[in-house]
Every structure is written in C-alpha cells, then in structure tokens.
Ligand binder design. Structure first.
Ligand code: CTP
Length: 411
C-alpha cells in the first residue's frame, strides 16, 4: 500500500481531457489517481476523443465516459458529477477550453460539470508557446485564477514540433501531486510573481578516492517541492542540486548540479546577491576527506589509508549567506533546515540562533522518517520567536506551509 493511500482518504476525482496532442498523458494521470485508491471519472471533450478513444478512458477509470449532456439524461450527469467531485483536474486544458470556462460556457459535459462544481478545480494547460503567451489566453488564465481556479504553469521544453518554450504539459505525476496539494491547502495563487528564489536541494558528496565518497540519504524531494510551489506561485526559481533522486525540474526552473559542499557554497554565494529568498534545504556534508586519493585505496594496505580517513571541516554555507547579508552583499530572506533525531525543539531553537537565519524548518527524522520519503512534518521556527507546528503532510503540502510562513515574515 502506498504511503499516500493510507494517510489521506480516497478522493472522487473528475479528470477532464481537452482536445490536444497531450491528451494521451491523461491516461497516466488517471492511473496515478487510481493507484492511490481514488475514484476517477473521466470527462473528455468531443475533440479529445480524436486523440484517445473513450474505451481507453473507460478501461483505465472503470467508469463510463460521455462527452455531452444528452447521454444518460435521466441521471443529470453534469449536476451529479459536479456536486459529488472532491477534485476536478483538467489535463490537458487547451486555450479553447480555458476560454470557454472563463466565459462561463456550459456547452458540453465537462464545462457544465465545472460550472456546477464547488470543489477545487485544477487546470493543466498544454499548447504552443504562442497560444499560451497570447494576451487572450493570459487574460483568461488571470480571470480563472481570480475566481480561485488553479492554473498550473506549463512546463518548458520540446513541444509537438521542433520548437521549445513554455506550453508543455507537466508530467502526469507532477500534475497529480499539485492537484492533491491544492485539494489539501487551497488554490495556487501567484503570490511570488516577480520574486527570485534560490534553493539548495539534495545531499553533497565528498570524494574519498575515484570510487568512494562520503554522502548522506537526502533525496532532494523537499527542496524540489519548494521549487515546484514557488514556480507555481510565479517565482523565478533556481535550484542548486547536490545528489538527488530522479526528480523533474520545477516549471521553468534553472537547475545547477553540484557535488561537493564547496561547489554548492560557490554556486549559492554567486547567486545569492540576485535572490529575494534563499532556502538551504540541502543536507550538507560537514566534513570532507583532507585529501582525495588519485587512485582507489586498497583495504589491505598497511598504512591504513582506508581504515582511517582524516577529515577537514567544510564551510557552513548557511552561516556564510547570513554573513553576506550582514556585509550588504544580499538582501535576501534566508531560510534554513534542521534535521534532528532528539531534543528537536531545543536543538532547533539553538540552531536557528547559531545560524542567524530568518526561519528554520525543523524536521524530526527520528526512526528514519523524512529522508527519501514523500511525507514530512516538524516545526517552523522564526527568528522573531514565532513557532508553528507543521503536521504530517506530503512534501508539497509542507512546501506550501513554508512559503506561507515566509510571506508572513515580512508582516
Ligand atoms: N548547512 C550548511 N552548511 C553546512 C552544514 C549545514 O549550510 N556545512 C545548512 C543546512 O543546509 C541546513 C542547516 O545548515 O539548512 C542546518 O543543517 P544541519 O545539518 O541540521 O546542521 P549542522 O550545522 O550540520 O549541525 P549538526 O550537524 O551539528 O546538527
């Protein structure tokens, strides 16, 4: 059983599908919800069925598929589906569909259902860059957002032809994660528009010899989730990533790969002067071998080169960033993380003071939780003394709480 399945109740999800080439990705989205135990009803537009047949959606969802309001009229489907849904996710949402929703049209089963619904509605647009950037589409997106509908920022990358740019449908698991986050925490709103956010993620690694290294179990998921939510709130996101799991870059984000603590320090210090917010979510190796062997160390050697590794202390990146701010080299708000196994609050409060950050996300990692997992919990401690317990939630939900707390820092 997946972690998410036993920690949050199954949802009744309507997956809307509009007529774009990315309609095939909706199949994976349906499977993602089904695998978590959600009840899924697919409502394609008539055009969507030019790309994927109704039989495919029926087989994947285990439910009948209709496009118009004149089938199963006795059930008044659009009213029932709209009223009963916990969550409506449309992927892909075409320019035309968003225009119709924005205009309040109800000319097929999908738009009628959306007009009836009071649950969270999440649209994942996919179209050519020109269509996305067209003022007509942008005006519709803004109108929809103002009404509390969440419009996911499209991914950047290869479109149907040879062209690249914003407009690609994010991967289905990313859409599902964001949609569930919206269901738990509220709509995506562009509160970070125009802000530049710099996030370190993952673990740093220090080479012992060409084949061995000192590292840690950080997956980078919390840092990337922070990047995802910041990008969805309109920020320009840069991630400095050490070793991470295979993670998709947040929409439009620049990702800089580093390996060692010193490489991460350099990358962060270089970019901090241009950032409005800096988050040190990385699990940083505090020590490195004094010297890196050029050839593989042999375990049988009498000099004990492998059994005794002399360590040198690494720089404290977070402290360095705080010092940069003191020296007037950056004006960024600075957020730290702490992973503690015992005396969490006491250690966290002391760490916040020692590091000089504005806010500290204190993770409780006792019992092996958090690292590599999809969920997290802990406390947010701010330098002004405010403390907030963060209940168990997905790393995206926790990311929402962290960004909300950062927004409150200024108040
Ligand atoms: N950090 C850093 N540079 C380091 C060590 C940690 O910037 N050399 C940052 C982490 O990214 C995190 C915060 O400092 O934001 C706290 O990290 P943590 O590993 O919990 O703290 P340490 O300073 O290593 O303290 P200790 O290991 O003694 O608990």
């Amino acid at each position: 059983m997946s972690e998410a399945l036993h920690s949050s109740r199954p949802l009744r999800v309507v997956v809307g599908v509009a007529g774009g080439i990315a309609a095939y990705k909706a199949c994976h989205l349906v499977r993602d919800f089904k695998e978590r135990g959600d009840e899924v009803r697919v409502i394609p537009t008539a055009n969507a069925l030019n790309f994927v047949g109704a039989a495919t959606f029926e087989a994947l969802s285990g439910n009948p598929v209709d496009t118009g309001v004149f089938t199963r009229v006795d059930e008044v489907q659009h009213v029932r589906l709209g009223q009963e849904a916990d969550l409506i996710v449309v992927a892909p949402a075409t320019a035309d569909l968003m225009a119709r929703i924005a205009a309040g049209r109800a000319d097929d089963l999908l738009t009628s259902t959306i007009l009836v619904a009071t649950c969270p509605v999440v649209l994942a647009p996919a179209m050519h860059t020109e269509m996305w950037l067209n003022p007509a589409t942008q005006a519709n997106v803004e109108a929809l957002r103002q009404r509390g509908i969440s419009v996911i920022e499209p991914a950047h990358g290869r479109l149907t032809g040879k062209d690249t740019g914003p407009g690609r449908l994010p991967e289905p698991h990313v859409i599902a994660e964001l949609a569930r986050t919206v269901h738990q925490t509220g709509p995506l709103v562009p509160t970070l528009a125009g802000k530049r956010v710099l996030i370190s993620a993952g673990g740093t690694q220090e080479n012992i010899d060409p084949v061995r290294y000192i590292g840690n179990r950080s997956s980078g998921k919390q840092g990337y989730a922070l990047g995802d939510i910041a990008a969805q709130r309109g920020a320009e996101v840069t991630i400095v990533a050490g070793a991470t799991d295979e993670l998709e870059a947040p929409s439009g984000a620049e990702v800089i790969k580093v390996r060692s603590t010193r490489e991460m320090q350099q990358a962060m210090a270089q970019r901090a002067p241009h950032a409005d917010v800096v988050v040190m979510a990385a699990a940083v190796a505090d020590f490195r071998p004094e010297s890196e062997a050029e050839t593989k160390l042999k375990k049988g050697k009498s000099d004990g080169a492998l059994s005794t590794i002399h360590l040198a202390e690494n720089p404290d990146i977070l402290k360095g960033l705080v010092q940069m701010r003191k020296a007037g080299e950056t004006a960024a708000t600075i957020i730290g993380f702490a992973a503690e196994t015992d005396n969490e609050l006491e250690n966290g409060r002391a760490k916040l003071k020692r590091k000089g950050a504005d806010l500290l996300m204190l993770n409780s990692v006792s019992g092996g939780g958090v690292f590599g997992q999809t969920r997290n919990r802990g406390w947010l401690l701010s330098a002004d003394g405010r403390e907030e317990e963060i209940p168990d939630g997905t790393k995206h939900e926790v990311a929402v709480r962290i960004w909300d707390a950062i927004a409150r820092l200024a108040q």
